[in-house]
Design a protein around this ligand. Structure first.
Ligand SMILES: C[S@@+](CC[C@H](N)C(=O)[O-])C[C@H]1O[C@@H](n2cnc3c(N)ncnc32)[C@H](O)[C@@H]1O
Length: 225
């Protein structure tokens, strides 16, 4: 995408009332006004579900259309990508959708303890190199952050083309004795995955499907922190 187009999207994000872009200072001082107050933004007490590394927000949008009584928030650092989801939500009058442009590392400064009911992680960068382990979205530290914001027995869904990420996450969960509710290493070949896993495809997923890569899925539960 050209830089002109990107700038146009960044400008529009600033005007969209479903996009939040807290700055680091605001976050580090604990001044982010929606932490613990997301229900005020949505004007209801419905459960809140996050999509982390949402890109264009396909899961956020599709799940929101299917579940009008649940609020969905797509989180990504790339504003030009999440613009797509935000624009669609506005065009389709999806009042149960918001997007948050931030580093996922800061997630527990943006949501209060027990504020989130479920988390979807869709096609995260597997960060295979050892030096990149700290950026892997299912490493121990990220799981701790998710535990802090999730309600008791909150579910996490991981959908990925990466056999490495799938195996790494399963290994970690087993080591920690966390409950793996469901796992499938080739969702379109082996029956049994939830229908949202089979029926919703993301931008990155479509590229992997074109290359005939198996798509994997894990649903797991994090015990209270
Ligand atoms: C491979 S893309 C997948 C995008 C989308 N979920 C899909 O399936 O099409 C990974 C996304 O995660 C975002 N991301 C990776 N690490 C992140 C982090 N630490 N904080 C915020 N966003 C992150 C990237 O900006 C990118 O949009």
């Amino acid at each position: 995408m050209g830089s002109k187009n990107k700038l146009k999207r960044f400008k529009e994000n600033e005007q969209f009332d479903n996009v939040f872009q807290p700055n680091r200072e605001e976050i580090s001082k604990g001044n982010f006004k929606l932490k613990g107050q997301w229900s005020k933004h949505f004007k209801n007490d419905n459960p809140i579900v996050l999509e982390l590394g949402c890109g264009k927000g396909e899961y956020t949008i599709e799940l929101a259309k299917r579940n009008a009584n649940v609020n969905f928030i797509g989180v990504d650092i790339k504003g030009a990508r999440l613009w797509r989801g935000a624009k669609t939500a506005l065009e389709d009058n999806l009042s149960n959708v918001a997007f948050l442009r931030t580093q996922i590392e800061l997630i527990d400064d943006l949501f209060a303890t027990n504020e989130v009911s479920e988390i979807w992680i869709t096609f995260p960068d597997p960060q295979i190199k050892y030096k990149r382990t700290k950026h892997r979205l299912t490493n121990n530290e990220f799981l701790n952050r998710y535990q802090r914001i999730l309600k008791k027995d909150g579910l996490v869904h991981l959908k990925t083309d990466s056999e490495f990420m799938h195996g790494y996450t399963l290994g970690l969960l087993h080591g920690l004795a966390f409950e793996v509710v469901y796992a499938n290493h080739d969702v379109y070949k082996n029956e049994g995955s939830p229908k949202e896993v089979l029926e919703i495809q993301t931008f990155y997923e479509n590229q992997y499907l074109d290359k005939n890569k198996p798509i994997t899925y894990i649903q797991f539960r994090l015990p209270p922190n």
